[in-house]
Each structure stands twice: as C-alpha cells, then as structure tokens.
Design a protein around this ligand. Structure first.
Ligand code: PMP
Length: 330
C-alpha cells in the first residue's frame, strides 16, 4: 500500500465481509455479505461522494483555490466534505438542522468548518415555517436567494449533484463486482439521496441484468405522522415511494430497483445489535436496516444458495448517544 499523501487516497476500496456468525445463528441458506463503508477515512460511505463532488467541481472550474465549499447537512456528507475540504485547503460551511447532536457540530468544527443553524438563516427559517418544514423547498430558497448571490463559493448540493450516483457507478459497483468475482445475485442498499442504490445498481445491472436491486424505505411507524410526530428514525434514510415527486432527489433513479423493502427503526436496531454480537461489527442504524433486509431476503425459499450483498453506510460509533445499542429499548 505504501505511503499515502492525502486522505483522498484512502477513500473507497472498502472490504466485503460475509456475516458467517449471523448466517450460522439464524440457519440461513443464502450468503449474507456486507460492504463495510466505515473503513473509509471518515467512517462512512459519504467520503466517496465528498471526494468525487469536490474533484469534479475542481475539474470543471466550479471550485477554485480560495473558495468556500458549502453544503446543507451535518450528516455523514457534511463530515466527509469538511475533512476533504480541510485536506485540500478549502474553507467549509454547513447549514445544519437545529436539533442535530452536539457531536456533529464538534466534528465539523474540528475540521475547521463553519456551522450555521437553519433557524439562524432568515430565508431558510421563513420557508421552513411557511411550508411546514419542507427541506427541499428551504434548500432551493437558500440556493436562489442567498448562495447564488455570493462569490467564490461552491454549493455541493448532494441531492442534485450527478457526481453522487456517478462515484458509486465508478467505484462501489466495480468493487462489489470484482471482490465477488461477479458472484452476486442481490444488492441491498438504503435510500437517502439515492446515490448509492442508483450508481451501484446501475453498474451491477450493466454487468449482469439478472442482479436484483432491493431499495430500503423507512416503514410507516418510523416516519413522522400526526399520531407520532417524532418517531425514532433511520438516520439518513428517506421514503422514495408514495411521496410527491418534487420531494425526491434527482440523484435517485426510480427505475433502478426491483423491490422496495420497508424497515422499521426497531428492526434496524435489533439487526445491528445482533451483528455486533455474532460477527463483531459495530455499524449504524441504516446499516442495521440493510442487515435486516438481507436476512429477510435470505430466509425466502427462492433465495436459497444465493449471494446477497448489502452496503452498510457507517459506523455505530456515530450513534452511541441514540437508542441503537440500548438493549432496553425494544
Ligand atoms: N445511511 C446513512 C447513515 C446516510 O448518511 C445515508 C445518506 N443520507 C444513507 C444511508 C443513504 O445513502 P444515499 O444518500 O446514497 O442514498
């Protein structure tokens, strides 16, 4: 491997792990293989898109030395961007939802980034109040009324940036194909921006059109409703079916998946807890959702002998302040 000279060189090339412990414990007759994205330098799949979106912008002239990189999430993408921006010498600014955990602010600040709460940006606060919290509308207003008027900034916009699905088509898909020697029957991926499932699915289906793509959507009990306005949610995962088209990011290819699989947060928690005990991996809530989905697929008689690959987006260490590993919460 030699000596790397930038964290950019450490992004991707993450390992596949067959969950042999879980397979044995549950008596599964299909292979459950996971792609451990927490092996990225800042512990999530989003390091891939952070690097790709920045390098694409450098290439086409949207991002130049001295510029500020701007994004609207403190999630994994914000952390990945903050780190890559730091390593490449750009300033970084992120607009953050107010209720985000204190750790998120600390991480972005550690990388030298600036954080602005959404409630502190008047244009955004106004739209959020008027639309009952429509985040897509709020970001659009932020872009048109604030960012477009500023000079020397690059607004990353992961939900419409083609480099997001593009990097999964260029790296995540080929890695899975090569590391399994093409022996993969089913791909399981979460949907947030849709970048992972769209890009990875596109590459794998091009190699073998028979590969089935299963996309994860939060179950009804895990989404805010009138009866339950603040349920435990699967961080970073959003519905793509049964919601208005304008709320679906353009990075999500709705033609890519063969099956939509709904997962409730509690089942994601239980699967992540089980995999920690059976195979010694500590992964996040959406990873738990992917493991749960892969296991349920493995139990189906028609999938006997098949190989299921599930992409696990991030590390469980990012969730220690949540109920993910709180066994009393069940
Ligand atoms: N899980 C986590 C923890 C995430 O941060 C994200 C990104 N929002 C996803 C899953 C979904 O990935 P994608 O945006 O590529 O659909």
């Amino acid at each position: 491997m030699g000596i790397n000279r930038s964290i950019a060189e450490l992004v991707g090339k993450t390992p596949l792990l067959e969950l042999t412990g879980l397979e044995k414990k549950l008596g599964l007759e299909a292979k459950v293989i996971v792609k451990l994205e927490y092996f990225n330098p800042n512990q999530s799949v989003k390091d891939r898109i952070a690097l790709a979106m920045i390098e694409e912008a450098e290439k086409n002239g949207d991002l130049k030395p001295g510029y500020t990189v701007v994004e609207t999430t403190s999630g994994n993408t914000g952390i990945g961007l903050a780190a890559i921006a730091a390593a490449k010498g750009y300033k970084f600014r992120v607009y953050i939802q107010d209720q985000v955990s204190e750790e998120r602010f600390q991480v972005i600040h550690a990388f030298g980034g600036e954080t602005i709460k959404l409630s502190e940006e008047p244009v955004v606060a106004k739209v959020l109040a008027e639309t009952n919290g429509d985040f897509v509308a709020a970001i659009k207003a932020l872009k048109e009324q604030v960012l477009d008027k500023e000079e020397n900034i690059f607004f990353v916009d992961q939900c419409s940036n083609p480099a997001n699905p593009g990097v999964h088509e260029r790296t995540t898909g080929p890695e899975i194909w090569n590391d399994t020697d093409g022996n993969v029957d089913i791909l399981v991926a979460n949907v947030g921006t849709g970048g992972t499932v769209s890009g990875t699915g596109k590459y794998l289906k091009r190699k073998n059109p028979d590969i089935k793509v299963v996309a994860i959507q939060p179950g009804p009990d895990s989404l805010p409703s009138e009866a339950n306005p603040a349920p435990e949610e699967i961080t970073g995962v959003h519905p793509f079916d049964g919601i208005p088209a304008e709320r679906i990011p353009s990075t999500m290819n709705l033609n890519i998946y063969d099956e939509k699989f709904e997962v409730e947060t509690i089942d994601a928690y239980k699967a992540a807890r089980a995999a920690a005990k059976s195979d010694g991996i500590l992964v996040g809530t959406s990873s738990g959702a992917a493991i749960h989905t892969a296991v349920e697929l493995a139990k189906r008689p028609e999938n006997k002998g098949k190989t299921i690959v599930a992409v696990l987006p991030d590390t469980g260490l990012r969730y220690l302040s949540t109920n993910l590993f709180n066994e009393d919460f069940n």
